[in-house]
Design a protein around this ligand. Structure first.
Ligand SMILES: Nc1ncnc2c1ncn2[C@@H]1O[C@H](COP(=O)(O)OP(=O)(O)O)[C@@H](O)[C@H]1O
Ligand SMILES: [Mg+2]
Length: 355
């Protein structure tokens, strides 16, 4: 198994680091705080685009490990957006839906003559793979999300895809995965990682270890868990094992800012001429971060927190019909009861300090 954060990579001098490619910079705007993950993935896209990908195997196979809500699934969605123009343009298998052996059969379809042969369309066909490409790129992204949840026969089925880029379907036809990047995401080891990140669970209080040491520790917890779960012949077929870092305060704040900007665009698109401006002052953003971000869930709950404290109150105001088109609303903390309230901006708005 090759690992993304090889020590040599960190010691590389600034002078020899190539300038970030278009893809790398577009990706890093969407996936925050995971530079080494993106550094590991982007070259495989470039090798494919240059026509240099090997024959007889997928253009790249990645195992993405790390704590929940740190951007593993988001990375594949963001790459789909960058390559094909839509986050949804990928072939996605939610492995949690294939926990039983008979469910795995749905991926390849039943052989002719077997029950369900006609009714069940296999999920992994050449047509479905082609549907995950676009005019912009012929590279299909295939995501096996939370792969540790699937029945063991999925691992066997994956062996053929990872090794020879082919999958034999129930009707004996084959699917070719040479023009695809395969991503396997997994929460393997994330409990052990949490313990490492929250030493207050035990009695190992003291100095917080430097970031590089922590990254290495998490990486070894992740790869150790992967070794216990998957056979060596499976792990040997993976090009890069990448451990995502826990997101720091700055990264989480940046993700929240993105969500708020996305929400304002969404409001503009949906309300059209009746749109309103929404202001979320820095102090309120801090409150939203406290409510929505945690080491246990990373950035995963931030969207739900915004929905509750911003989308829902705005919807109530819109459906009440009392909003002036073009007015400005501000989300503020009511000091008395600690609630966030969305109120029309008045001339005398309270001053707010930075983050
Ligand atoms: N590094 C990140 N950059 C940008 N958004 C992120 C990042 N990590 C998590 N998010 C946000 O949290 C949500 C859940 O993240 P996801 O990638 O699904 O987590 P996981 O690592 O568990 O697969 C994403 O849809 C995105 O909105
Ligand atoms: Mg995920």
């Amino acid at each position: 198994m090759k690992s993304a954060a090889a020590p040599g990579r960190q010691r590389r001098s600034a002078a020899v680091v190539p300038p970030p490619s278009g893809i790398a910079s577009m990706l890093s705007k969407r996936v925050v705080g995971q530079p080494s993950a993106l550094e590991a993935i982007v070259p495989y896209v470039q090798v494919y685009q240059a026509g240099l990908a090997p024959e007889g195997r997928p253009a790249g196979v990645f195992l993405l490990l790390g704590p929940t809500g740190t951007g593993k699934t988001k990375t594949v969605e963001a790459l789909a957006e960058v390559l094909h123009g839509s986050e949804k343009c990928l072939l996605r298998v939610d492995c949690g839906e294939f926990q039983m052996e008979h469910e795995v059969a749905k991926l390849i379809g039943a052989p002719p003559g077997y029950l369900g042969h006609r009714e069940t369309q296999p999920m992994l066909t050449q047509q479905k793979l082609a549907a995950a490409t676009s005019e912009k790129s012929s590279l299909a992204l295939v995501l096996f999300d939370e792969v540790e949840k699937a029945a063991p026969s999925l691992t066997r089925l994956l062996l053929g895809i990872l090794d020879k880029a082919t999958l034999r379907l129930g009707d004996n036809t084959t699917v070719n995965f040479e023009r695809s990047l395969i991503f396997l995401t997994s929460n393997l080891g994330s409990r052990g990682m949490m313990k490492e990140l929250r030493p207050d669970f035990g009695f190992t209080a003291g100095a917080v270890p430097p970031r590089v040491d922590m990254d290495r520790k998490l990486e070894s917890i992740g790869t150790g868990a992967a070794r216990r779960k998957f056979p060596p012949e499976f792990l040997n077929r993976i090009d890069r094992v990448i451990t995502y870092r826990p997101l720091g305060e700055r990264a989480l704040a940046e993700i929240l800012d993105q969500h708020i900007a996305d929400f304002q665009r969404h409001v503009g698109a949906r309300l059209g001429p009746n749109t309103v401006d929404i202001e979320v002052p820095p102090g309120t953003r801090r409150v939203l971060l406290r409510k929505g971000a945690s080491p246990a869930c990373g950035a995963r709950e931030l969207k739900r927190t915004l929905h509750r404290h911003l989308t829902e109150p705005l919807a109530a105001l819109v459906s009440g019909g009392a909003l002036e088109p073009g007015c400005c609303l501000r989300l503020v903390l009511n000091e008395r009861d600690g609630r966030l309230v969305l109120e029309p901006e008045t001339a005398a708005a309270p001053a707010d300090d930075g983050y």
